[in-house]
Design a protein around this ligand. Structure first.
Ligand code: SIN
Length: 488
């Protein structure tokens, strides 16, 4: 029964777990607890127990011990459990969304959307796990047969971010489990409750102890424990390029296979032949979801010079009309930033842009609500060396720049070390192919403001990382090839 003192007020209070989950047990912590705050109110939501590096090693050992039995199951047996997990996540979507909004800040409808989106990976990979086919190759010699087996890579480690506290976990865990691997997950420190609720549901779904483990604790110590353990054969990380570089270097120690889904600096190009209204709305969606705290969020809008003034005016008016507030309020479009460091960073980027002559068309400062709320901000006249052009923004801020022709649009769009998502609006069929081919990014939205789905490969190139999640390719990273030569 919801109570006034319980900020979570869940229909199923058992979903609110506060302890690491290892080998099917909720463990007492042996390291300083995490304090989890509500970014919308600044109040404490509670504490979560954490583990020392030594206990994190024990979690990897548990995943290693659980591997033979899980791997020995048929794909159908594993799929059945993943499908149950999918169904339970959907059944509890309202509670999971509420936990997410409280600890992460995004509007409740967005949180619910993320829960449903995340669950889709459990179903998708339950199905994909049944289609992990080997090969029979025509042998090059008589008296030989040549076969290729596909086998689970082994124990996997995953490190997930706070901006998508549910979907990124299912997107990594489901393919690992479907392939026959076991996994140890370290979720972000700001959003442990979403992760632990997923572990609770995994247990209810019949996923055996040790197959899916959640450790909480010092990120650097746990990252090092993952890298140093010889049983860990694969690491999947979503987060900053800076941390990705460190993890990649550490993974060299045990020659671990790595998937990195890192930062982005997405361009959004509006060509002269675009559907103007659709482009404005597309840019609003692609920019302001989750207060811009999205790896695939638009950072730089490039608009044909003949449309630039009109587009800027309309886009700035739309941005300024977005409602900033607590994500629990159904009217809210933009929630708070995750913490004070994020807010200070955004302020620094805007100050740097202003110092080099940028013009603010909307927002530009912390919102009058105070706390971690920031105004949706639209900026023009930026210099290409400005930090705001070069860096991933991760906030409700966007820059607009005019371009003359297709070649210039492509040059500006590709002028970044990142290569995750990109977007453009045009109604010219030839241009759709030329520009999609010319953009140096892992994903391109053409007249479409979203580039994710269970059935589509998600991932980047260049400093945005490598490897793909989702789609039939998403299970590949959790599998090995074994070549078998048979003399007959
Ligand atoms: C991300 O920001 O990394 C995830 C976005 C998505 O899956 O849509």
């Amino acid at each position: 029964m919801p109570s006034f003192t319980d900020p979570f007020a869940l229909h199923d209070p058992q979903l609110l777990r506060r302890q690491p989950f290892v080998n099917g047990q909720w463990l007492a912590g042996d390291a300083p607890p995490l304090t989890v705050n509500n970014p919308a109110t600044g109040t404490q939501l509670g504490e979560a127990q954490t583990l020392s590096a030594t206990s994190a090693v024990a979690a990897i050992d548990a995943a290693q011990a659980a591997l033979p039995e899980w791997k020995a199951m048929t794909a159908q047996e594993r799929a059945k459990r993943l499908e149950r997990w999918h169904n339970l996540i959907l059944e509890h979507a309202d509670d999971l969304a509420r936990i997410m909004t409280l600890e992460q800040g995004k509007p409740l409808a967005e949180a619910r959307g993320e829960v449903v989106y995340g669950a889709s990976f459990a179903k998708w990979f339950a199905e994909e796990g049944r289609r992990v086919y080997g090969e029979i190759i025509p042998p090059p010699q008589r008296g030989r047969r040549l076969l290729v087996f596909r086998e689970p890579i082994g124990v996997c480690a995953a490190i997930t971010p706070w901006n998508f506290p549910s979907a990124m976990i299912v997107r990594k865990t489901a393919p690992a489990l479907a392939a026959g691997c076991t996994i140890v997950l370290k979720p972000a420190e700001s959003t442990p409750f979403s992760a632990l609720a997923l572990a609770e549901l995994a247990q209810r779904a019949g996923i055996p102890g040790g197959v899916f483990n959640v450790v909480l604790g010092n990120p650097s110590d746990i990252g090092k424990a993952f890298a140093a353990h010889p049983a860990v054969r694969k690491l999947s990380f979503t987060g900053s390029t800076r941390t990705g570089r460190i993890l990649l270097a550490q993974a060299a120690e045990q020659i671990q296979k790595v998937t990195l889904e890192l930062g982005g600096n997405a361009p959004f190009i509006v060509f002269e032949d675009a559907d103007f209204d659709a482009a404005v709305e597309g840019a609003i969606t692609a920019k302001f979801r989750n207060a811009g705290q999205v790896c695939v969020a638009v950072n730089r809008i490039l608009v044909h010079e003949n449309l630039f003034a009109r587009f800027t005016e309309r886009f700035a008016a739309r941005a300024a009309a977005l409602k900033v507030g607590n994500g629990l309020d159904p009217e809210t479009d933009i929630g708070p930033l995750i913490n004070a460091t994020a807010l200070a960073r955004i302020e620094g980027l805007i100050a740097d842009a202003k110092a080099s002559g940028a013009k603010i068309h909307a927002g530009g400062q912390p919102h009058k609500l105070g706390g971690l709320f920031f105004e949706p901000t639209v900026i023009t006249q930026i210099k290409s060396q400005a930090r705001i052009w070069r860096e991933e923004l991760f906030g409700p801020v966007v820059t607009l720049l005019p371009f003359r022709d297709e070649a210039e649009a492509l040059r500006l769009a590709n002028d970044t070390e990142y290569g995750l998502a990109s977007y453009f609006y045009s109604r010219d069929l030839g241009r759709m192919f030329r520009v999609a081919e010319g953009l140096q990014f892992g994903m391109v939205g053409v007249n479409a403001p979203a580039v994710s789905g269970d059935c589509a490969p998600f991932g980047g190139i260049k400093a945005s990382g490598f490897g793909r999640e989702g789609s039939r390719h998403g299970i590949e990273d959790y599998l090995e090839y074994k070549t078998v030569w048979v003399g007959v």
